[in-house]
Structure formats: structure tokens, C-alpha cells
Design a protein around this ligand. Structure first.
Ligand SMILES: [Zn+2]
Length: 94
């Protein structure tokens, strides 16, 4: 599999959107508390592009877990990602 596209590579209007066939894109997100902990997620490439073009994560990826959606969202806010363990700790502190 080729390396995942970075979001900055997708903002050009001349990107050949119509030529992209359905395949999987792999996304990575590194926990902001655990620098050595990276979660990966594979989603259909055409769904990923819908999100990049401005659709809401919950509309494009209704089948993902909340944690999976965090990986998606973190592609736009790479320093905001928390791994599942950190999310669970947040819950316990309340
Ligand atoms: Zn963490």
C-alpha cells in the first residue's frame, strides 16, 4: 500500500477526483500523551475524500467507532488525538 495522503496534498482544486477508484487509505494518529503510541485506521478512499472535501465525519463514517472517528478528525488536528486508554482515563476522572 502506498503512503497515506497528507491533508495538505488534497487541497488543490486540480486534483483528479473523478479518476480515483475505490480503494483503502490508511490513516495514522499519534496520541498526544503517548508519543510512541500510534493508531492506524483503514477507510475507503472515496469516503476519506468526501470528508476532506467538507462532509461531516458522522455523515461519511457512520460505521466507525467513536475512537475510529477520532483518528479521522485528528488528520485535521494532529495534536488533539487521544488514544483509547487516555479517553478511558478522562472518563474516570469525571
Ligand atoms: Zn494515550
Amino acid at each position: 500500500m502506498s503512503k497515506p495522503f497528507l491533508i495538505s496534498h488534497l487541497e488543490s482544486n486540480d486534483y483528479p477526483w473523478g479518476e480515483i477508484s475505490t480503494s483503502m487509505v490508511e490513516l495514522e494518529a499519534t496520541c498526544r500523551n503517548h508519543k510512541d503510541r500510534t493508531d492506524t485506521l483503514q477507510v475507503p478512499r472515496n469516503h476519506w475524500y468526501e470528508y476532506v472535501k467538507g462532509a461531516y465525519v458522522q455523515d461519511v463514517f457512520p460505521y466507525l467507532s467513536p475512537q475510529g472517528r477520532e483518528v479521522i478528525i485528528s488528520q485535521r488536528m494532529p495534536y488533539a488525538y487521544l488514544c483509547e486508554e487516555c479517553w478511558n482515563q478522562l472518563g474516570e476522572e469525571e
